[in-house]
Structures are given as C-alpha cells and as structure tokens.
Design a protein. Structure first.
Length: 373
C-alpha cells in the first residue's frame, strides 16, 4: 500500500498554499492524501484527513453495478465509524442528475460527498460537492482517465462538451483489488489519456509563446513526466495486471496534480482532446475517452513534429487502438472531427490554430499516420 501525503503546509481547509509571482497570485488546491493499494476501501476511515474524522453523514454517488459488487464493502467500512450513509445510484453524468444529487445531499445534511465508481459518478460527486461547498472524496473503481483525481468534471447537458471547474478530492482511495478486476480495456484507455500529455503540453507551450497565455513549467513537466512513465513501463503494462494498475493509476494521479497546480486542464488537454471531444459530438458510437485521445495524440504529434511513430508503437504494444477501425469509428467521421476540433473550444489555442485543418489536410494527416488506410 502506498500513501502520498501533501508535503506542503496547509493554510486552510481548502487551499494548501500559494505562490506569488509579480502582481499575480496563483493558488494551487491539491488533495491532502492519496492512498493506493489492495483492499484499501475496507480501511477508508483510517485514511480520513483529521478535519473529517468527526463527520457523521456521508453521501455516496455510485453506479448500480459498482454498488451491487462493492457497495457493502464501502458501506461497512464507513458505518463501522458510527457514521450514516445515503446512496445515490446514477447511470449518466447529466447536469440534471447533478441537480438531483445536490437536492438530496442537502436534504440528508451531507457533510462529505464520495464518488464511488467510474468517471461518471466521480464527476457528479465532485460537481455536487463544489455546489454544496462540502469536501469530496474520490474512490475510483476504474483507472480509465485522469478525472479520478482532477478538480474538473465533465457533465452532459451543459453548454460545453469540455470540462467544468469543480473541486479537487481531499482524499483519493484507489483500491487496486477493485480496479484490477475492472475490464482491461478501461485501464488501457487510462494509459491513452496519459499519453495525450505529450501533445497537450506542447499545445500549452505554443499558446504561451503565441498568445502569452499563462504557462507553468512545473505543471507542464509533471504532466510530461506522467506520459513518459507510461512509455517507460509499457512492457509491464502490456504483460501484467496488478502492476499495470499501479503504474497507470500513479500516472493518472500525477497528471491530475499537474492540472491542480496549473489551475486549468491545460497541461492535460490539448488538440488531441479537442479531437476526442469532436468525436463525442459526431461519432455514431464514440470509443472510450482515453482511446480517442490516444489516437488523437498520434496525429497531433505528427503536426508537432514529435516522434509520432514511437507513440503509436507504445499504444499498439499496450493494446490500445491506433486506427479508426480499431476505434470502431468510420473514416469520414475521423476526418470531420479533425476539421472541426479547433472550434470545440475556440479560446484554447493549439497546433490546429484558429482556422483548423482543411478536409484535404485532415485526410492526409489521418492517412500518413495510418489512422485510416
Ligand atoms: Zn483526458
């Protein structure tokens, strides 16, 4: 089991410090504690930050399947500490569901919100916690993207397809026994979401150079480090289960921390994410987020003149999709998504520029990188 504790001094319950540069004040909110290991859900109360130890009302946002499989474990672990639990089972991460959660959690008198499940439950819980001004605990049951530890949520029904600012988890409890039993496809998608940092960081740097956008070298290095971690351990990820879970989890969590430090999703999300968001809007059946960002990274890496073949090799080695066919998405949808990606979030400057790719340029890029034949 591994427990990461923030080494920075706490100045308040929410904020852990500030860095003053010139006239600007840059505030970084980080999680207080990260626990990774087998069966750590059973011991969740041991890891509670001191200021939450006297909390008595826990509101859990989960999914029906996760609750059926593991609900008893979590309920028993929390109930053993004389606390009461209310459970909300959600199947979609929609803003209307989030409003229901906020109402029910308020009525219950929730002191703490827990997201227990995949990305949807965690996003709903973190958004609701922000609106209720209550602490949020992340208990992921999959390692499929870096939302498990980031302060950003993506919800349907809002006016944007990208993430919205929510709140960082005060505690992350990643139970490797549970995560290892989730489908391998989810874990590999998680690795694809981390690989995306290679191009996300370059897009961020470009926006800094061309648009004078704030750029944090430390946050960028940390995000890049998480992508390199996946490359370095790609053989282990390809062959193992338990070890792969730990490697991908650590990389996802450090990428989330890069976002916390930057105060935006910039270090984790660039043109490859815009491409993935475009696919979410137009694909008849989108693939997993991390699968799409992985394929996006191959193509955006070519535009950035990075070693895109190496990125493709790593993705292929760990069993991630690298072609339109493997994503299950028609070729013309891939090209269309490439041409519209720059419009998804116009304020986010990337290698795609203000005008994006023409149909011909997009088609050539997809063909030259082998995404389409
Ligand atoms: Zn992502």
């Amino acid at each position: 089991m591994c427990v990461w504790k923030s080494s920075l001094k706490t100045r308040s319950v929410k904020g852990i410090g500030s860095m003053i540069s010139g006239k600007d004040i840059h505030v970084m909110d980080l999680s207080k504690r990260v626990v990774i290991g087998p069966d750590v859900v059973d011991r969740i109360m041991e890891f509670m930050p001191r200021n939450l130890r006297c909390a008595r009302k826990y509101f859990i946002v989960t999914g029906p399947n996760v609750w059926r499989l593991y609900g008893e474990k979590l309920e028993k672990a929390i109930g053993a500490g004389n606390a009461t639990v209310e459970v909300f089972k959600a199947t979609t991460a929609h803003i209307e569901i989030a409003e229901q959660i906020i109402d029910e959690a308020r009525r219950f008198g929730a002191e703490v919100l827990i997201g227990f499940g995949g990305g949807k439950c965690i996003d709903l819980a973190k958004y609701s916690a922000k609106n209720l001004d209550k602490p949020f605990i992340s208990v992921p049951t999959t390692a499929s993207h870096d939302g498990i530890a980031s302060p950003f949520a993506s919800l349907k029904g809002t006016d944007k397809p990208t993430s919205i600012k929510a709140v960082e988890p005060v505690l992350i409890v990643a139970d490797t026994s549970i995560i290892a039993s989730s489908p391998r496809r989810l874990l590999i998608a998680g690795a694809g979401d981390v690989i995306a940092k290679f191009t996300a960081v370059l897009d961020w740097r470009l926006a800094h150079l061309l648009r004078n956008e704030y750029y944090g070298d430390y946050a960028a290095s940390l995000a890049l480090h998480s992508a390199k971690h996946i490359v370095r351990y790609s053989d282990v990820i390809a062959k193992s289960k338990e070890q792969a879970v730990r490697i991908v989890l650590e990389a996802l969590i450090s990428s989330s921390f890069a976002m916390c430090i930057a105060g935006s999703t910039r270090p984790a999300s660039g043109s490859e994410h815009l491409f993935s968001h475009a696919l979410d809007l137009i694909a008849p059946k989108p693939a997993l987020h991390g699968e799409q960002t992985g394929v996006g990274t191959i193509m955006m890496a070519k535009l950035h003149r990075l070693k895109w073949k190496r990125i493709r090799r790593v993705l292929r080695k760990i069993g991630a999709p690298v072609t339109a066919k493997e994503l299950g998405i028609p070729e013309d949808v891939i090209i269309k998504a490439l041409t519209m990606a720059h419009k998804i979030r116009p304020e986010r400057y990337t290698i795609l520029g203000d005008r994006g790719l023409t149909w011909e340029a997009a088609e050539r890029l997809a063909r030259e990188t082998g995404v389409i034949p």
